[in-house]
Design a protein around this ligand. Structure first.
Ligand code: PNS
Length: 168
């Protein structure tokens, strides 16, 4: 019989910035994994320019999950599968909000499985309150002076305010 080893899940993404939807998914993940690595990617599959640099995104994530010892906040570069192999994680979590997410997520999951056969992607759905929420929409609302308090934690809202106030 196998001794129980702690099950580590990696929750990768751009997190630019972390939203309450991301936070909800990471906390839900603790229902199936013993520990979760919230991993900011240096290299996103879809070409994007980021608002916050990777170090600041990791720091914001760490502040958001400061109350939860089973969640660690890290970054990785290169292929996700290589990062997962390095930390001994066979399980990746992704959030699925709507059918529109499905094609991209399905392609990534299958590509990752081609790259490493011992790799599983599990999709979690966020609380319905966050099903419309995306980091790109949060950035846009904040850039145009809207209130994003219900979509992100106070520390992220304050940083968004600072960044966009200095640009106005
Ligand atoms: O939040 P995002 O931008 O949808 O996250 C996408 C992410 C970071 C999970 C994806 O771009 C990724 O895994 N990047 C690492 C590079 C990699 O492994 N690419 C091949 C994936 S099929």
């Amino acid at each position: 019989m196998n001794a129980h080893r702690p099950l580590t899940a990696v929750y990768p993404g751009s997190f630019d910035p972390i939203t309450k939807g991301h936070e909800d998914i990471a906390r839900r993940c603790l229902r199936i994994a013993d520990q979760v690595l919230v991993a900011v990617a240096h290299t996103a599959t879809q070409k994007k320019t980021s608002l916050f640099d990777v170090e600041e995104r990791v720091a914001m994530n760490a502040a958001v999950f400061a109350d939860e010892p089973r969640i660690s906040c890290v970054s990785f570069s290169g292929l996700l599968v290589d990062y997962c192999k390095g930390v001994g994680a066979h399980l990746v979590i992704r959030g699925l909000r709507a059918v529109s997410d499905f094609e991209y997520e399905f392609q990534m999951a299958q590509m990752n499985q081609e790259l490493w056969d011992d790799f599983e992607t599990v999709f979690l759905t966020p609380d319905v309150d966050y099903s419309f929420l995306s980091a790109s929409l949060v950035r846009e609302v904040a850039r145009l002076g809207g209130d994003v308090s219900t979509f992100v934690s106070p520390l992220v809202r304050d940083r968004l305010d600072e960044v966009f106030r200095s640009q106005r």
